[in-house]
Ligand binder design. Sequence first.
Ligand code: HEM
Length: 194
Amino acid sequence: MADPRFKKPSIFAEGRLLKNNTLSVPISNNRLNPTQSQAACSTLRAGGYRNKVVLKPGYSALDWYELTTKKGKKFGLVTNVDRLLTKDFDHLKAINYPQTLIQISRNVPLYLVRPPLRVDKELLQRHKTKDDCWCVIQGKVYCLTNYFDFHPGGVDILLKNCAGKDATVLFNKYHRWVSYDKLLENCFVGVYVG
Ligand code: HEM
């Protein structure tokens, strides 16, 4: 029988696993007291729940770190680069320096190309599918395709709000403390010129 003197600490209270694979944890479950955690996380304003998803095995923050520092580093993590030299080439030529395009045609990873690729609105909007998903944050264009399954907030929210769009405002609203430039260093595509 349960010992009536033992009070279960609130941090062990159960979170709810929602249909979309989201773990919804009440504020009171945070280790910080509610006032502190609310102050630290702007997502809590909307109803008092954190919306973190359960990541698949092999998709932790540490796994992403390994991918970006070892396997991914050499070639970058931008998908469909071939398309830049075929379908997108005429458009790219009109808004880019020849040196940039020469480096891309020599397979230099996009995050190392200098001057970086210039991306305008039309080009950004051409890359909005799950397997070829570009997004702008603070004037920089990133390919999110490889990052999707590692995102603690889930894939759906990224696809809906980031694909082919400028997601700066939402990014800052949810987690302005996240070092996106470090996290997405190898996913860098170029600079957004509007
Ligand atoms: C595009 C680049 C993005 C990156 C690199 C990124 C990265 C991250 C990281 C590292 C976390 C964990 C934060 C933490 O535990 O403190 C997180 C959580 C989250 N992100 Fe993102 N994110 C991005 C975009 C977005 C956008 C645009 C949205 C919303 C539209 C979003 C919604 C969320 C949500 C809801 C969480 C869970 C928040 C929570 O802990 O309560 N993310 N993201």
